[in-house]
Write a protein that binds this ligand. Structure first.
Ligand code: AP5
Ligand code: MG
Length: 212
């Protein structure tokens, strides 16, 4: 499985990617999660990315392309991967094609999660995230103990880019730069559109069906 999760902020890419990758035993390559870890660790990469991420803007293509090239070189990604949050621009998609061609691979499915804007905004404004494992919780997906991650007991935080004005900025970035990618991949007949509204379990079932 060499697949991509495409969809707007709050569509449930991270939530579903964690479940799918656990099921299939492949890594979730989330550029957002990798960048947030770099910010938390205070690395040079994190310092470069922090202001842009906090503002809800995209990080430059060459930075994220480098992150993904490195992740794809890892032996863990040899038997498959699920990209979450990459590619997000046409230059990132063409760079990915080149990275995969170099390794004799190609994208098998692009799972496009569709959720209306009002539902996205509602989900993101109620989201809490684990700073350690990046699991997301929300109004309809609460943790067992309020404010505490079910998986590692870490205290949950609100992502700086989940403030209302940043959410709007992220939506604009998505509409102007990322939405074009559906057309990019449609030409190759790899896109599987999935209705992302419903319970997490219902959406997961639809994804598994779309992969058959
Ligand atoms: P990134 O971390 O990728 O953020 P995003 O695309 O905005 O997506 P989110 O993580 O907000 O949403 P999601 O689809 O994962 O939804 P989730 O599962 O959490 O990127 C962050 C930033 O990093 C970017 O703005 C940019 O600066 C930078 N960056 C990253 N990649 C980049 C790239 N390639 N190029 C340039 N810059 C890049 O779910 C959302 C909420 O809904 C949660 O609360 C969840 O619990 C809840 N939920 C999920 N499913 C359901 C459901 N079925 N029903 C009800 N609630 C649900
Ligand atoms: Mg995410």
């Amino acid at each position: 499985m060499n697949d991509i999760f495409l969809g707007p902020p709050g569509a449930g890419k991270g939530t579903q990617a964690k479940r799918l990758t656990a099921r299939f035993g492949i890594p979730q390559l989330s550029t957002g999660d990798i960048l947030r870890k770099a910010v938390a660790d205070g690395t040079a990469l994190g310092k470069q990315a922090k202001a842009l991420m906090d503002a809800g803007k995209l990080v430059p293509d060459d930075i994220v392309n480098g992150i993904v090239d490195e992740a794809l070189a890892s032996p863990i990604a040899a038997k498959g991967f699920l990209l979450d949050g990459f590619p997000r621009t046409v230059p990132q998609a063409t760079a990915l094609d080149e990275m995969l061609a170099r390794r004799g691979k190609k994208i098998e499915h692009v799972l496009s999660l569709e959720v209306p804007t009002d539902v996205l905004v509602d989900r993101l404004s109620g989201r809490q995230t684990c700073p350690k494992c990046q699991t997301s919780y929300g109004k309809d997906t609460p943790p067992k103990r309020a404010g505490i991650c079910d998986k590692d007991g870490e205290k949950l935080i609100v992502r700086p880019d989940d403030m209302p004005d940043r959410i709007r900025q992220r939506m604009l970035e998505y509409e102007s730069k990322t939405a074009l990618l559906t057309g990019y991949y449609t030409a190759r007949s790899v896109v599987r559109t999935v209705d992302g509204v419903g319970t997490v379990e219902e959406v997961e079932k639809r994804i598994l069906q779309a992969l058959r």
